[in-house]
Design a protein around this ligand. Structure first.
Ligand SMILES: [Fe+2]
Length: 424
């Protein structure tokens, strides 16, 4: 009886396999769009890029886009086709895979769009995105520290809490170490599995950390370059330093009155990057200037103390009006008041606030070096941050995994600059 059962089970499996081969299901899986990710390369009010991956080469990679309508069938009927470009990546000790980028242009500001990606026959589901307003209207975005470890098993919980609390966030800003090994495809598989549909509807703004770099590719100054697999997942602005090898690892974007500048601190001594950073800040007419990079100027974890980084970046942040500096790397939470030359200054001074946060489960111990500068410090606490921006006020909230508001402050515009109001 048992033998017969095994025999019929085997026959059933063979039959199932034959059906799959006959219907071409394996082929379909290979060209099915995965890891669909919205990013910006240009103006968030009028452009949107989308990157996706297939395991097999596709003949005609493309996207369809339409304005969102009351019924999907109506919207879908009016869709325009946009061809995509393809990049081939061979995964370390693994197969060759294909990354496609479609670039939507000449969009209308403040509109919801519907899009899907595929090859003209096999499509993803329909997804939506919203373009930025032309005016400096209020908006919110999310800032996240290192993801890095136990991405699917543990970080999932944090990111889904974050999504639930701020479903209308316009984008997610990552301060580096999105994964533990930038070249490890399984890390990226976990990252996208944890996020689910989120990056398909809320654009990602990634800033590279040390774990996102390649072990093999070194830049001209000997610093590690961002891994090609990290790069493949995101189409980013090409407005960074005039330095081809660092392209898309440092960039800036303007979003409704806020200038957000991503600095690649894996090569913080790059003179081209420092010159570029100064220029981008000098030319800014934004209400708020926010800088994001991985390595912190005032370390809050372990025994770290990066004086080289402070020497390079602090004078620039102090000379030009940088409001907040968003960082990662230390696997701990710490937020200063306004700081000039390693000292707390008055809440109405013209000076930046420095923040370190962590979203993943890895935790570092207290660092005594700069503890006296911290207004709020938290260890063994996974957090996400919601930042609300209006022309008059920037309001910041840090939430822990268990839904506690662990930090909050407002920066309010005054005639001379801003005043910091601690709400925690
Ligand atoms: Fe790091």
């Amino acid at each position: 009886m048992f033998k017969n059962y095994r025999k019929s089970k085997l026959l059933f499996l063979i039959l199932l396999n034959l059906i799959f081969v006959a219907t071409g299901s394996t082929q379909t899986d290979a060209v099915e769009p995965q890891r669909i990710t919205l990013t910006w390369e240009g103006d968030p009010a009028t452009t949107q890029s989308v990157v996706w991956r297939t395991d097999a080469m596709v003949e005609n990679p493309c996207a369809e886009i339409a304005l969102l309508a009351p019924h999907l069938n109506i919207a879908g009927k009016n869709a325009n086709t946009v061809p995509a470009s393809t990049e081939t990546i061979t995964i370390e000790a693994g197969p060759t895979v294909y990354y496609h980028t479609a670039r939507f242009q000449n969009l209308s500001p403040a509109q919801y769009y519907l899009y899907r990606v595929g090859d003209g026959k096999i499509w993803s589901e329909w997804n939506t995105f919203r373009t930025a307003d032309k005016e400096n209207l209020p908006f919110q975005f999310l800032y996240l520290g290192d993801v890095q470890n136990d991405i699917l098993s543990k970080w999932s919980v944090l990111i889904r809490q974050a999504f639930s609390r701020a479903p209308m966030a316009r984008f997610y800003l990552y301060a580096g170490d999105l994964v533990n090994r930038g070249q490890d495809d399984d890390n990226w598989r976990e990252f996208f599995a944890a996020l689910g549909f989120i990056p398909r509807m809320i654009p990602t703004v990634p800033v590279p950390g040390n774990h996102d770099t390649s072990r093999k590719l070194l830049g001209i100054r000997g610093s590690r370059l961002v891994d090609p697999l990290y790069r493949a997942h995101f189409a980013l602005p090409k407005n960074g330093p005039d330095d081809k090898e660092e392209q898309e690892s440092a960039f800036f974007m303007d979003y409704q009155g806020m200038r957000l500048i991503a600095v690649n601190t894996n090569s913080n001594d790059n003179p081209a990057q420092l010159q570029w950073l100064e220029k981008v800040l000098k030319e800014s007419r934004a209400n708020w200037n926010i800088v994001c990079h991985h390595h912190p100027l005032f370390s809050v974890g372990n025994d770290r103390n990066d004086s080289e980084l402070r020497k390079n970046l602090m004078p620039i942040y102090q000379q030009y009006q940088v409001d907040i500096v968003l960082q990662g790397h230390d696997h701990r939470y710490g937020r200063t008041n306004k700081i000039v030359n390693e000292q707390t200054v008055s809440d109405s001074a013209r000076a930046p606030i420095y923040i370190v946060s962590v979203s993943g489960p890895k935790a570092y111990r207290h660092n005594p070096h700069f503890a006296h500068l911290l207004h709020v410090e938290a260890g063994e606490t996974q957090c996400y941050q919601i930042i609300n921006v209006t022309p008059e006020e920037l309001r910041y909230e840090a939430w822990s995994l268990d839904n506690q508001l662990i930090d909050a402050f407002a920066l309010r515009k005054t005639v001379n600059g801003t005043v910091l109001v601690n709400l925690k």
